[in-house]
Design a protein around this ligand. Structure first.
Ligand code: SF4
Length: 96
């Protein structure tokens, strides 16, 4: 897949150097993707309990185990950390 016109202009040594340079650039890109932290992926996608008013007790009879976001035995789809089944937060939505 070489270009014969380009081969006439640049010699084998230059082609070799250009090829190695291109390989190095590509390799650096691949390695860089693996080593560079991606903020969106590195950070937790869940909210912190303090940010949404989580409390480890029911509110008005509403509690986490009744919520659509509840995940037994002690977690939540949208709130980070250990979540009490009898807790509650501002994102409560009753499971139907
Ligand atoms: S009330 Fe809040 S913490 Fe509890 S399950 Fe629902 S969203 Fe999660």
């Amino acid at each position: 897949m070489s270009n014969p016109d380009l081969a006439c202009v640049i010699g084998p040594t230059r082609r070799l150097l250009i090829g190695r340079f291109a390989t190095a650039i590509g390799l650096a890109g691949v390695l860089g993707q693996g080593l560079t932290p991606r903020p969106a992926a590195a950070a937790s996608a869940k909210l912190q309990p303090t940010d949404i008013g989580y409390q480890a007790k029911p509110r008005g009879g509403l509690r986490c185990e009744q919520c659509v976001n509840w995940q037994a035995p002690s977690s939540c789809k949208v709130v980070a950390g250990v979540i009490d089944p009898n807790g509650w937060c501002g994102l409560f939505r009753v499971r139907t």
